[in-house]
Write a protein that binds this ligand. Structure first.
Ligand code: SAH
Ligand code: SF4
Ligand code: F3S
Length: 468
């Protein structure tokens, strides 16, 4: 039993990162014939972690099921970014408890991900949810086989608080046969004052470029068309390893593998270099799409958030990217209602939105996270006011999304087809290089292919097209 500890999570002792090459063997039949159900909340990193968790489970005999009621083990891979992420977990846990008490008393219920690293969550699980069998943290994923093989009837909490290592030889059960996530960096050291991620994911640590390139080369060989490089601050890639490539250099090398579509998330505006812009502009297989989180347009709030750039610096960078990268689409993240955000502060944010005319944005009401500095700030702004600000901001953003999307009408773009449209099975959906969602008439045989599609209509959140 190991409990999470936020004080430990906060520490950055700058110990050298250990690179651990996994090679343990387990009994492949230990859970033969048993089924796992996995539910994932949160960001792409969690989605990719679930692909790793699935591989660990299949390594000891489990097979996947899409029906929770059929499962022998349910894994909930959680997110802690905002309070509503917590609410979602507790809602779903209720369902799991029902299955366990009514139809399947042997069901193993396991919780992992960012919430597992939170002290208050683990305390609540120990006190109020004794039917949960296992809690394991973001640093314990590679122990999953061991934890399950050695499982007893007692609730087990295995959450280590540490700065983190880099594991290699990790196996993934990838959800897609044509697009893949590739971690290039784990953790975060930016400590934005509102954010829980540096505590739940440990220090910022890069993978070695040789290991990243090897992984991408294999994906290309296996027929993958798209790779998205993952990190909380991909621009800071390599800074923590002496003599390592910069992110711009890494991008170039990954592009040279010949992968058809190369993407990356997330770029913090702070470390975005001119060299990076040049590399993106010059390589046709690096997609002209950039997610550039703003958070706020007010210098006063940006400072309180610890974001390390000003409104003016952000706009300068934005303009440079727009000018240098052909037809680039740029999206963002914005938080409204940070403690004591005034009407003027908020208007500064709208001002930036009006300048940048984003292709789209994820917008959030600030949510206090226990243990972060901002959670201790007094806040005089009422929730209704924050909701009103969010509503107005969304209206503005949607207008710009529509305006940008309309520019696509009449032109033809390459679309990577991902699946059948949920609402209309005569249609498929896919994404342009600029990450626009396109729906058009087509069948299953197009899935996993890049096809030219002429855009015939534009909405705020998607485009309609027809195959050329
Ligand atoms: N590393 C990325 C962000 C990852 S978290 C970056 O720095 O840009 C994704 C988004 O969640 C953030 O960009 C932010 O807009 C939002 N977010 C993070 N903490 C939040 C909080 N406490 N309340 C509301 N939104 C938050
Ligand atoms: Fe959170 Fe800031 Fe790190 Fe992004 S850069 S993950 S917002 S602390
Ligand atoms: Fe959520 Fe953790 Fe990602 S808090 S947003 S799952 S890094």
């Amino acid at each position: 039993m190991n409990l999470p500890n936020i004080k430990e999570d906060r520490k950055r002792e700058n110990k050298k990162t250990e690179f651990i090459y996994l090679n343990e063997e387990y009994d492949k039949n230990a859970f033969k014939g048993q089924k796992y159900f996995i539910r994932t909340y949160g960001c792409q990193m969690n989605v990719h972690d679930s692909e790793e968790i699935s591989a660990h489970l299949e390594n000891i005999g489990f097979v996947k099921t899409e029906e929770m009621e059929d499962a022998d083990i349910v894994i909930l891979n959680t997110c802690a970014i905002r309070e509503n992420a917590h609410d979602k977990l507790y809602g779903f846990l209720g369902r799991c408890k029902h299955v366990k008490t009514s139809t399947n008393p042997n069901l193993i219920i396991a919780i992992c991900g960012c919430m597992a690293q939170e002290e208050n969550v683990v305390n609540t699980i120990m006190e109020k949810h004794p039917y949960v069998d296992l809690v394991f943290g973001t640093h314990n994923i590679c122990d999953l086989e061991k934890l399950l093989i050695n499982k007893t009837d007692k609730q087990n909490i295995e959450v280590i608080s540490c700065e983190g290592n880099v594991y290699e030889n990790v196996k993934y059960k990838r959800d897609s046969k044509f697009k893949a996530w590739v971690n290039i960096q784990y953790g975060c050291d930016k400590f934005c004052t509102y954010c829980i991620v540096p505590y739940t994911r440990g220090k910022q640590r890069s993978r070695k470029s040789e290991d990243i390139l090897k992984e991408v080369e294999e994906l290309v060989k296996d027929g993958y068309l798209e790779v998205t490089l993952l990190g909380q601050n991909v621009n800071a890639y390599g800074k923590d390893i002496e003599g390592e490539l910069s992110f711009a250099e890494l991008l170039q090398k990954v592009a040279d593998t010949g992968i058809k579509r190369l993407r990356f998330v997330t770029s913090h505006p702070w470390d975005f270099t001119d060299e990076m812009i040049d590399v993106i502009a010059k390589n046709d297989n690096i997609m002209n799409y950039i997610h550039l989180p703003l958070q706020s347009g007010s210098d006063r709030i940006l400072k309180l958030m610890g974001r390390r750039y000003t409104k003016e610096e952000y706009i300068t960078l934005f303009d440079k990217i727009k000018n240098k990268i052909n037809n680039v689409s740029i999206t963002t993240d914005i938080i409204v209602g940070f403690p004591n955000e005034t009407e003027e502060d908020y208007n500064e944010t709208l001002d930036v939105v009006n300048h940048c005319e984003y292709d789209s944005a994820f917008t959030f009401i600030y949510s206090p996270r226990e243990g972060t500095p901002a959670a201790k700030m007094e806040d005089s702004i009422k929730l209704e006011e924050k909701e009103c600000r969010l509503y107005k901001l969304n209206e503005l953003i949607n207008n710009y999304s529509l305006k940008n999307n309309k520019k696509y009408v009449g032109n033809t773009y390459d679309v990577l087809v991902e699946g059948i449209n949920d609402k209309d099975s005569s249609k498929v959906f896919g994404y342009t290089e600029t990450m626009k969602l396109v729906n058009f008439v087509g069948g299953e045989e197009l899935i996993g292919k890049i096809v030219p599609v002429k855009i015939i209509d534009a909405k705020s959140f998607s485009l309609d097209g027809e195959m050329k």
